[in-house]
Design a protein around this ligand. Sequence first.
Ligand code: SAM
Length: 219
Amino acid sequence: MMINHRKELVRRLLNAGYIRTDSVRRAMESVPREEFIPDNVKQYAYVDQPLPIGHGQTISAPHMVAIICEELEIDEGMKILEIGTGFGYNAAVVADIVGKKGHVYSIERLSDLADKARDNLKRTGYSDRVSVIVADGTSGFKEESPFDRIYVTAGAPDIPEPLKEQLKIGGKLLAPVGQSDFTQELFIVEKKAQGKYKVRSLGGVAFVPLIGKHGWPEK
Ligand code: SAM
């Protein structure tokens, strides 16, 4: 039943142009989104919208996950850093694409959400490819840097400097940036050389705030 809903959603994302490659299509057809959603909203697992996961946080809409994967051109074997694990859905889709030779390091500041994400990733078979770390992701994850790709799933007043530093040369970083807490512009940044970046806007988005040392202060 759920598998048919999943295939139908992927078909709609393909028709709308959000999914452009076979690798993203396959990953979004494989990862059971319903396993990354709280029971009270599970029936909306295949509606293309963000859903609440508690603590005022959300699981991103499927079209946003598709945009992130396509714009970053995620490929097999890559080392990825995600800031904002939530319930782990986006990390699972990315883990599916990078395969057994790649790895996803995902940082979440709320330990309740990180615990849930670890359970969800284990149950769905992705836990060996995703490490969930409880920390302030605005400082990145220096121990495992540099990364092929970095993406931030919460909005900050600017792109945290440590994330730019921890990106490989030739690597890509995606982050929502804006001066208001809940509306931002989505930017994709390509690191051309040490300290040299090419920045492109992908348009307006609405993410929850990135709270931390290089983000918004906690209220
Ligand atoms: N990637 C998630 C998914 O797959 O649906 C979406 C997560 S939600 C839109 C953003 C998450 O970022 C929230 O869980 C929030 O707690 C987390 N967050 C906010 N500030 C953070 C920070 N400084 N470090 C790590 N996580 C942070």
